[in-house]
Design a protein around this ligand. Sequence first.
Ligand code: MG
Length: 190
Amino acid sequence: MASRRPARAPAARSIRRRPRRPRSTGVPPAGLRIGCGADAHALRPGRRLVLGGVEIPHAAGLLGHSDADVLSHALCDALLGALGLPDMGTRFPDSDETLRDRSSLYFLQDVMREVRARGFEILNVDAVVLAEAPRLQPHLETIRASLAAALGVPPSSVGLKAKRLEGLGAVGRQEGIMAQAVALLSGPRA
Ligand code: MG
C-alpha cells in the first residue's frame, strides 16, 4: 500500500503586486502599435503613374518591378513596421517574377491579411505624397477611397496629403516621387 504524501504547508500568499497601470492618459495602453514607412521611385516617360491604386494622367510614371505605387509601398512598410516585421522588399522581393507589374493593392491587401491574422486592426493611417507634378489635389479623395477599400477601413481612418517641394532636390526636379506613411494599430493585449 502506497504511503500517502505528507500534506504540504499552504503556499505563502504572493506579495508581488501587478504593476500599476499609469494614470496619465498620455500613455498608450498595451496593444497599440505604431509603424512608419517611406518609399521613392524614379519617374520615367512611358510608364503608368499609379498612386494608391489610382492611375493618374501624367506624361511619366514610376519605375519599378511592380506598378511602383510609391504610396501603397510606404503604407505597406508602415503596417509591417507596426507588426515588427521585415519590410516590403523582404516580403515581396523584386527577384519574384510573379510580382512583375503587379498592382500594389495586392501587396496592401496581403499585408492587411497579416495584420488581421495577428489580431490587430487599423485605428488610422496617415500618408503624404511628395511630388512636384502632376498636381495631386484633385485626385486625393479618389486615392483615399481606393486605399480605404484596400485596407478594409472607412475613409475617415485614412489621412492623405500631397506636397510639392518647391523645386528642391530630385523630387523638385521631377525626377521621382516620394511617399511617407504612418500606421496606428490596435491589437491583442500583451
Ligand atoms: Mg517601392
